[in-house]
Design a protein around this ligand. Structure first.
Ligand code: ADP
Length: 454
């Protein structure tokens, strides 16, 4: 500042001296005024340059080359602007980072203002409610989500609970359920969180159906058993009749036991880790056990069926041998149970040409109508309830087979035509087999096999 006063005084002095030398005292006064005006004009020009730079678009670009007071001012303004610009960029980056994180969330996030207009939503929320993240900004959420339960929820204002509504992707053949909950924040703003609960609801329904099915399956033989017990307690029966009743009671008890065994097998399959590839067992051994079980079943059922058991290929199989045997026995014993006397059942392992081997069971039984085929592996699904029960079926056999086969990396296939017999088979991947010759000196030991229950 002092420099500027000195410069101004110097200007005035030069002007005064020059004026005085030209026109005496009056000339000196005029000279001083002229010098002051000149100084002012220079300052105005410099100020105008600074102002033009500040007004321009490129404030952070090259500043006007100025020195002194104006130069320092320009420099300070530029540094302040730079710092502010840096802050804005950092704030934007942080914002972007948060938005990206919220976009990546598996839950839907919608921001609502005080009057429930959408100010922002992530992609998940958009798909839950059918919003268009860009187009629907500032639209009233109640206009876009027309579910009556949601409308009532918003109107009620009790946001301590969540509301479950049909998701946008729900249609006649597709269930989609979305749970939504509002969390108020700030001054009247709201955070609407949503999540897809379709799988949860389905699992819940399945669990309830399963419990109802199991209870029903157990209640039926229990009721019969109770009836016989009461009869035995209250009626003086002849020895022959007594032993007939006891035989029938034993049948019901066996039925319950078969059911419990199958349930335990299923829960073990669901809870145990996937079978590795360590234990090698010759297929021939499994086939021999399967054949023995199936022949035993046929004679227990008093059926005259032609059973053809194909010789097993000279290979070993890796996996849980008791599970594989249970899958084989389930398919083969189903064929025996459902094929009437006079029919034929062929079963055995066949090579598929690409290293995979398939266990195939063909029967000349009643066959299955096409509408039942996709549901056969559901728990407790039966085409003919009474026939399944008559032959000691639990309705869980094919569910067990499907589980076992999937756990071993294979697939269950069912082909059947009503009145033309059935073909049940499952293949396992090539990696689960090796020729017997390649086996090491280890002695193959069969794991204790489970008796098929259906
Ligand atoms: P179940 O214990 O009732 O046999 P499964 O799960 O083993 O239960 O089979 C489901 C249903 O599939 C059976 O109830 C039966 O209706 C049908 N089914 C299975 N195998 C055959 C077959 N070989 N021939 C005809 N129907 C079959």
């Amino acid at each position: 500042m002092a420099v500027r006063i000195v410069v101004l005084l110097a200007f005035l002095m030069v002007g005064t001296v020059a004026g005085w030398s030209l026109g005496g005292t009056t000339g000196g006064v005029v000279g001083a005024w002229a010098a002051a005006l000149l100084w002012l004009a220079v300052e105005l020009v410099l100020g105008a340059r600074v102002l033009r730079w500040l007004r321009g678009a490129d404030v952070l670009g090259d500043p006007p080359a100025l020195t002194g007071l104006w130069g320092e001012m320009v420099d300070r303004v530029r540094r302040l602007l730079r710092a502010r610009d840096q802050q804005v960029t950092e704030a934007r980056q942080r914002m972007q980072y948060f938005l990206e994180a919220i976009q990546a969330s598996p839950n839907g996030v919608t921001l609502l203002d005080e009057i429930n207009r959408i100010t922002w939503c992530n992609q998940t929320a958009a798909s839950h409610f059918g919003f268009d993240a860009q187009r629907d900004q500032l639209q009233l959420v109640g206009n876009l989500v027309r579910d009556p339960d949601f409308t009532a929820y918003l109107a009620e204002g009790d946001f301590s609970r969540e509301v479950v509504i049909n998701g946008r992707s729900a249609s006649a053949g597709r269930v989609a359920r979305v749970s939504a909950q509002v969390h108020p924040h700030g001054e009247g703003q709201k955070l609407l969180l949503s999540r897809d609960v379709t799988a949860l609801e389905q699992a819940d329904t399945m669990r309830r159906d399963f419990v109802a099915n199991v209870s029903h399956e157990i209640r039926t033989p229990l009721t019969v058993l109770n009836g016989f017990v009461e009869t035995l307690q209250n009626l003086p029966l002849a020895e022959e009749e007594r032993s007939r009743y006891l035989g029938l009671m034993s049948q019901q008890a066996q039925r319950m036991q078969a059911l419990v065994n199958d349930l335990l097998t299923l829960s073990r399959l669901e809870g145990s880790p996937l079978p590795g590839g360590g234990d090698w067992v010759p297929l021939a051994g499994l086939m021999a056990q399967c054949e023995e079980e199936v022949r035993g079943l046929a004679s227990a059922l008093g059926k005259e069926i032609t059973l053809r058991c194909e010789p097993a290929p000279a290979v070993e199989i890796s996996g849980v041998s008791s599970e594989v045997l249970s899958a084989m026995s389930n398919l083969a014993s189903n064929a025996v149970r459902y094929t009437p006397s006079g029919g034929a059942v062929d079963f055995g392992w066949r090579e598929r040409g690409d290293g995979r081997l398939a266990f195939v069971v063909q029967d000349t039984g009643p066959g299955i109508a096409p509408e039942h085929l996709p549901r056969l592996t559901e728990r407790f699904y039966r085409v003919d309830r009474s026939r399944s029960r008559e032959t000691g079926g639990t309705g869980l056999g094919l569910a067990i087979v499907k589980h076992v086969v999937q756990r071993h990396g294979g697939e269950l296939q069912i082909e059947s035509r009503l009145g033309q017999g059935s073909n049940f088979s499952f293949w396992l991947p090539a990696g689960r087999f090796r020729p017997v010759a390649a086996a090491s000196a280890e002695v193959p030991v069969l794991e204790a096999a489970e008796t098929p229950q259906s």
